[in-house]
Ligand binder design. Structure first.
Ligand SMILES: [Zn+2]
Length: 352
């Protein structure tokens, strides 16, 4: 029943956004609605050589992204998050804005995304996970992805059950890879999870550092990315934890140290930071309301960030909470009409 309701709603929203985009109604709402910033988010521009092993939901084809940004750019200004928020706060007129964001710091963000943005006149905010990009440690999700592909989900879950006592009971029963991710994400002790996954990858012939190097920007690539005119670099913690599961001091450590590591990496040698607007915007790991709490926002403010983005869908108007900005996901199945309607203010929050 819930599934039917969801499918019906998806179909209705699809029909509504298609109609508003095709008939020009989106232009009308765009002109009538107050100024707004629509933030899109993804992870990678698909490239078999750079991110072939990652889940399809994390990728968007270059051609698809180019056509989305090209079309949105004809009606809206393409900006970074910090730039868009500055303009909203300034209260000036002008066109409404669309900001693309990419999470985690994958290599394609430099190799594929920057040339694409230069081509369409776009801009983007890229959030770097400092543990992977700066410290070159393999994030648990990618260790799990490697192990799952190598052993199969059931065998991987059994091997983990022996080494992660905090989630052993739940792990013993798992045969579905999404369920395995959820158990490890929310039920397992972080230290147990990290050491068990790293040990299992090594025991089965994997090289954690080589996996990091194949997926994430190198130090030189991160600096080059930060120097690109079309890029704002933002923070994404050190280890990508579920912040709401951490005590306030640990949250602060994750967010502040993540920002400090990035600043150190991106310093241009003259004491300045390579990117003009590095370190203003933060992305909460996972980004759902239950993945963060009031301490997360306080920690982001204390660390020196000015804005923070979630993964709850919606468009941001001038009064939007600066530390709970909404974003809309983009991937292979994303339709222009939906993004166009949202950017035009024609997709009410209730429809998302
Ligand atoms: Zn992330």
């Amino acid at each position: 029943m819930a599934n039917l309701k969801h499918r019906t709603k998806t179909a209705l929203v699809g029909a509504w956004t298609g109609a508003t985009w095709a008939t020009g109604l989106a232009r009308l709402t765009d002109a009538m609605c107050p100024p707004r910033l629509t933030i899109l988010y993804g992870h990678c521009v698909a490239d078999p050589g750079l991110n072939g092993s990652l889940h399809e939901d994390m990728k968007i084809e270059a051609e698809h992204l180019r056509s989305l940004l090209g079309a949105l750019g004809r009606r809206h200004d393409l900006v970074t998050v910090a730039e868009g928020m500055d303009r909203l706060a300034g209260g000036g007129g002008g066109r409404s804005m669309v900001a693309l964001t990419m999470d985690d710091g994958y290599r394609d963000n430099l190799v594929r995304l920057v040339p694409l943005l230069e081509e369409v006149g776009g801009r983007a905010t890229v959030f770097l996970e400092a543990g992977a990009v700066v410290e070159r440690r393999l994030p648990w999700l990618h260790a799990l992805g490697w192990l799952d592909a190598e052993l199969g989900t059931t065998a991987a879950a059994r091997a983990l059950a022996d080494r992660v006592p905090s989630a052993a009971a739940a792990l013993g029963e798992v045969s579905d890879s999404n369920r395995l991710k959820r158990v490890l994400k929310y039920d397992a002790d972080r230290a147990e999870r990290a050491s068990a996954l790293e040990a299992l990858v090594v025991e089965h012939g994997g090289e954690p550092r080589a996996i990091v190097d194949s997926l994430y920007l190198s130090h030189a690539e991160a600096r080059e990315l930060a120097r690109a005119d079309c890029i704002e670099v933002g923070g994404h913690t050190v280890d990508h934890p579920v912040l709401s599961r951490l005590a306030a001091p640990e949250q602060h450590e994750q967010i502040a140290r993540g920002r400090a590591l990035l600043a150190e990496l991106l310093e241009d040698g003259s004491g300045g930071v390579a990117a003009g607007s590095c370190g203003r915007t933060f992305a909460y790991p996972y980004g759902r309301n239950w993945d963060r709490d009031a301490d997360s926002e306080a920690a982001a403010r204390d660390a020196g960030y000015e804005f923070a983005v979630t993964t709850h869908e919606g468009t941001n108007f001038a009064a939007a909470p600066r530390f709970a900005l909404r974003r809309i996901p983009i991937h292979g199945g994303t339709r222009l009409a939906r993004l166009g309607a949202a950017a035009a203010g024609a997709l009410p929050q209730r429809m998302l």
